[in-house]
Ligand binder design. Structure first.
Ligand SMILES: Nc1ncnc2c1ncn2[C@@H]1O[C@H](COP(=O)(O)OP(=O)(O)OP(=O)(O)O)[C@@H](O)[C@H]1O
Length: 212
C-alpha cells in the first residue's frame, strides 16, 4: 500500500477569491474515499474553546461572543505557532483524518510558514495553487476591506510568493468553461499521482515477495 498522502494540493488566495468554491467543486468530482478537504483553520477555534472553557459552537458563528474573543484568539494562535509552526497543521490533519486519504485538498493555506512546513514534510507530494480574483469580483461576493484583517499577516503573508505550480484567475462568475478546464487539469494530476503511487506500491510488493 502507498503511504498517504500521495498528493497535497495547497490552495491559497485572498478572501472571497473562491478557495472554497473551487476546492468544493474539485472534491465533488473526486472519489470521496480518495480525497479529503483539510481546513487549517479547523482546529484553532476548537482548541481555543477547549483550552479556555468557551462555547465552540458560539465561536463558529458571526456573533458578539466570537468578536469578544477574536483578538485574544489571534494572540493565542500566534503564540502557539511561534513555538511550533506545524502545530495547527498537524492538528488539522488529525481532525480531518488525513492519514486515511491519499489526496489532501488544503483549502486555506495562509502563511509562508504553512508552505515551509508542507515543503519540509511532504516535499514530493505538494502542488500549490494560487487563486486570484479582482477586487471588483471579490466585492461582488461580499468582500469588504476590513482593517486588522485584510492587512494582517494571515491575509498578506503569501502575497510576495510567486513560485506557485498553478495560478487560477477566478474573477469571472460562473465561467463554466474556464472552471472546467482548471478542474480537468487538477483531476488529471490526481489520477496520475494515484496511478504512480499504485504502480510504486505494486513494485515494492514484488520486491518484498521475492526477497522475503
Ligand atoms: N467563479 C465563481 N462563480 C460564482 N460564484 C463564485 C465563484 N467563485 C466564488 N464564488 C462565490 O463567492 C463566494 C465567496 O467564495 P469562497 O467562499 O469560495 O471564497 P474564499 O476564498 O473561500 O473566501 P474566504 O477566504 O473568505 O473563506 C461564495 O458564495 C462562492 O460560492
Amino acid at each position: 500500500m502507498a503511504r498517504n498522502p500521495v498528493l497535497v494540493l495547497l490552495f491559497s488566495g485572498k478572501r472571497k477569491s473562491g478557495k472554497d468554491y473551487i476546492t468544493d467543486h474539485l472534491q465533488e468530482r473526486l472519489d470521496e474515499s480518495k480525497s479529503k478537504i483539510i481546513r487549517l483553520s479547523g482546529p484553532i477555534k476548537q482548541q481555543f474553546a477547549e483550552d479556555n472553557g468557551l462555547d465552540y459552537s458560539q465561536l463558529l458563528t458571526a456573533s458578539d461572543y466570537k468578536e469578544k474573543y477574536r483578538s485574544e484568539m489571534i494572540t493565542w494562535s500566534e503564540a502557539k505557532r511561534a513555538q511550533d509552526r506545524g502545530y495547527f497543521i498537524r492538528e488539522a490533519i488529525k481532525m480531518f483524518e488525513g492519514s486515511k486519504y491519499p489526496i489532501w485538498i488544503v483549502s486555506d493555506m495562509r502563511r509562508r510558514s504553512d508552505l515551509a512546513w508542507f515543503r519540509e514534510h511532504h516535499s514530493c507530494a505538494i502542488y500549490s495553487v494560487r487563486i486570484v480574483a479582482t477586487e471588483e469580483a471579490r466585492r461582488k461576493r461580499g468582500w469588504v476591506f476590513t482593517p486588522g484583517v485584510d492587512d494582517a499577516e494571515s491575509e498578506c503573508d503569501l502575497d510576495t510568493v510567486t513560485s506557485w505550480d498553478m495560478e487560477v484567475d477566478n474573477s469571472q462568475e460562473e465561467s463554466e468553461g474556464h472552471m472546467l478546464s482548471v478542474l480537468d487539469s487538477l483531476l488529471t494530476l490526481c489520477s496520475e499521482r494515484l496511478a504512480a503511487a499504485a504502480a510504486a506500491a505494486a513494485r515494492s510488493d514484488v520486491v518484498s515477495n521475492t526477497t522475503g
